[in-house]
Design a protein around this ligand. Structure first.
Ligand SMILES: Nc1ncnc2c1ncn2[C@@H]1O[C@H](COP(=O)(O)OP(=O)(O)OP(=O)(O)O)[C@@H](O)[C@H]1O
Ligand SMILES: [Mg+2]
Length: 320
């Protein structure tokens, strides 16, 4: 384009005749942009083509360049619309594909989790029973038996999480009081907060309606999120729970910690099964939480700032 512009300038500034040049290839190049789906290519070709005619027109003092400039602008507008359409089709296709893959992955994990969970559950129950028997028999070894019991309890919790992942959605919803649920989960997490010098504070709107939910599952959601918050706060501080009823049909529960925060690049790994940064974590807490919330037609949003803290908002519909 630069070479054509130079040759035009040399040719037409010495000739007295009207400017008569131009290159259809430029228009074809502009029209190619939707095929390449490349906005950068589009802008470079359009701007360079218009500037070339503009500069040539200025140097040879000819108004005829207005015609190719107008043509380029018309073609560019059409191309821009096509390019945007192509972009949005591709975006829609990619996100549909990603969603499908995510769902397939979850279904597979769910099926695997249920079968593994089932297989582990029975031997685990025997192990639990025999440990208790041995504990009663060997009174002098209480310390080791307590550790064994604690560890079996931990495996039991993991198995329960795995079973929940594979559970079909036909659970019984009942009207429950979220305020009571929050007070209950605070009562069982208070000890851990005290040990870490963290003060738990709760703010609730005056009137919070009863919501249709599976109470135990919502308790589990709150416990998972409070525990994650407390785990992230190694230097003490304040952990806040906000319960709001701003929209008629929705209740929002926010869990706000002042912990280590999450790197932006790590944020989208959070709901990957078994993703954990903790030595003793299973990496199932958030994915189980998300599954429960989705089964309740709700939504979970996470915002975080490194070294400042994390805010997790759970939105639940009042009626299922
Ligand atoms: N509030 C938070 N602040 C900082 N990091 C968090 C927070 N919540 C979650 N994370 C990060 O996300 C990871 C996954 O959390 P998730 O609850 O799924 O598993 P976990 O807490 O590691 O283990 P567990 O299965 O025992 O809950 C955590 O290991 C942690 O790195
Ligand atoms: Mg967790």
């Amino acid at each position: 384009m630069i070479l054509t512009a130079l040759s035009d300038i040399i040719l037409f500034s010495s000739e007295s005749g009207e400017y008569a040049s131009g290159n259809a290839a430029e228009l074809i190049l502009i029209l190619f942009s939707p095929l390449f789906i490349n906005k950068c290519f589009y802008w470079v070709v359009t701007i360079v083509s218009i500037s070339r005619y503009f500069i040539v027109g200025l140097l040879i003092h000819s108004m005829v360049v207005v015609i190719p400039i107008a043509l380029i602008i018309i073609f560019s507008v059409i191309t821009y619309i096509l390019l945007n359409r192509f972009n949005s089709y591709i975006y829609a296709l990619t996100s549909a594909n990603e969603e499908l893959r995510h769902k397939e992955k979850l279904t597979f994990i769910g099926q695997m989790a249920t079968s593994i969970g089932h297989e582990i559950r029975n031997p685990l129950a025997s192990l639990k029973g025999f440990t208790q028997l041995q504990k009663e028999k060997y009174v002098q070894d209480q310390k080791y038996f307590s550790i064994m019991e604690q560890e079996i309890e931990r495996i039991d919790l993991i198995v329960n999480d795995l079973l929940l992942l594979g559970k079909p959605k036909n659970t019984q919803f009942q009207k429950s009081c979220l305020k009571e649920i929050i007070f209950y989960v605070i009562s069982i997490t208070k000890q851990q907060a005290n040990e870490k010098n963290i003060s738990l504070s709760v703010e609730m709107d005056e009137s919070i309606p009863l919501i249709e939910c599976v109470e135990n599952q919502i308790k589990q959601v709150c416990i998972n999120l409070i525990k994650n918050g407390l785990d992230s706060m190694d230097n003490g501080g304040m952990f806040k729970i906000l319960l709001k009823h701003e929209l008629k049909n929705e209740i929002s529960i926010s869990f706000i910690d002042q912990g280590c925060g999450i790197n932006q690049s790590e944020l989208n790994k959070l709901f990957t099964p078994f993703y954990t940064t903790k030595g003793d974590g299973t990496g199932l807490g958030l994915i189980v939480t998300k599954k429960i919330i989705e089964d309740h037609q709700g939504e979970i949003k996470i915002e975080s700032e490194l070294n400042r803290g994390t805010q997790v908002e759970v939105i639940l519909p009042v009626v299922q």
